[in-house]
Ligand binder design. Structure first.
Ligand code: LIP
Length: 330
């Protein structure tokens, strides 16, 4: 049975989460300063999780522990799913209950390098739908916020909040598209023949798709960008700075908050993989909304031509996969 939404004061949770994000952001700033002012590894650890490019620092863990303790104090009946808690072995499963879905530092690789494109991402899911999104990058001093059905905003110091998108939606087309993609941590490949042979490795499926979207053709995209943090990537699509963001392999904590920010800016989060039998009936294929825990996402900005233009771009990305599918377990 679905959860009774009316029992949750969304504005109250939103305002509380904004304050929490600011306090966690200060921990990121302090943690980064300490790491760079005193680079000796004794105090600062950068551990590899799945592999050498899937990193966690003591700051990620400290911020998540802080967030959990604050949530337990203020919202003891709400559930929690967080990147570091899950990586440490918790196997929380998303259900209809109000659940905070948190990435303490999204863009940890950027954080380790002192690259400012990283943020705390705080999402609230109810009935497995993102209802609140707070994404704060203390280094960029930008906060993105949204409550479902109440719009999404960019907050910068000393100015009123800016409603998203930041410019009226323009027409959306493949041959003028700027698309964000990420290489991610899963780099298994069959090697240089990945473009010619139909390897099922996720990395190879991505490589072929990037190649097909970029290569010289009447429909080559304007360009691709990789910034390194799913949450801020979604905000930049919501703002209208980029037209789409395609990634497989990230998790619900990377996308929950950004999803509602995108949705409230007229954007659409669809599946990162085409539906079954897509290649047999491209025209008739349905472009469905993605699932929060699906780990394969294609975010598309609001378009002047509405859902039709969004779906056409989605189908072009899917066509560029040449029958490949990304496969990510839980
Ligand atoms: C990152 C995501 C990014 C993905 C990286 C990593 P993290 O999250 O934001 O989109 O490409 O592999 O998963 O680990 O920095 O929180």
């Amino acid at each position: 049975m679905s959860f009774d939404l009316s029992s949750v004061n969304l504005q109250e949770v939103h305002d509380w989460s904004v304050d929490l994000a600011r306090r966690a952001g200060q921990m990121m700033l302090d943690g980064s300063n300490k790491r760079f002012q005193n680079p000796s590894t004794e105090d600062h650890k950068t551990d590899a999780k799945k592999n050498a490019v899937d990193l966690v620092t003591e700051v990620d863990q400290a911020v998540e522990a802080f967030v959990i303790s604050e949530i337990e104090k203020r919202w003891p009946s709400f559930k929690f799913i967080g990147e570091e808690t899950q990586s440490a072995g918790a196997d929380s499963v998303l259900d209809d209950h109000p659940t905070f879905i948190v990435d303490p530092i999204d863009g940890t690789m950027n954080f380790v390098h002192g690259n400012p494109w990283c943020a705390i991402s705080i999402g609230l899911s109810i009935n497995r739908i993102p209802y609140i999104g707070i994404i704060y990058s203390p280094f960029l001093n930008e906060m993105y916020t949204a409550i479902r059905n109440q719009g999404s905003y960019l907050h910068k110091p000393n100015q009123p909040p800016l409603r998203l998108p930041l410019q009226p939606p323009t027409p959306l087309a493949v041959n003028t598209a700027l698309i964000i993609t990420e290489w991610g941590a899963d780099r298994t490949t069959i090697g240089t023949s990945a473009l010619s042979e139909s390897s099922k490795e996720n990395f190879d499926v991505k490589l072929r798709t990037y190649f097909n979207l970029l290569r010289n053709s009447p429909n080559m995209v304007h360009g691709m960008r990789s910034y390194g943090a799913a949450s801020l990537n979604l905000c930049s699509v919501a703002a209208g700075h980029n037209d789409a963001y395609w990634e497989g392999g990230c998790w619900e904590w990377d996308v929950c908050a950004g999803w509602v920010i995108l949705h409230e800016a007229g954007g659409f989060m669809c599946e990162g993989n085409p539906p079954e039998n897509f290649e047999a009936d491209v025209e008739g294929a349905k472009v469905e909304e993605a699932t929060l825990i699906g780990r394969k996402y294609l975010a598309i900005r609001g378009a002047k031509g509405g859902r039709k233009e969004q779906e056409d771009l989605a189908k072009w990305v899917w066509k560029s996969m040449e029958g490949g599918r990304m496969t990510y377990g839980r």
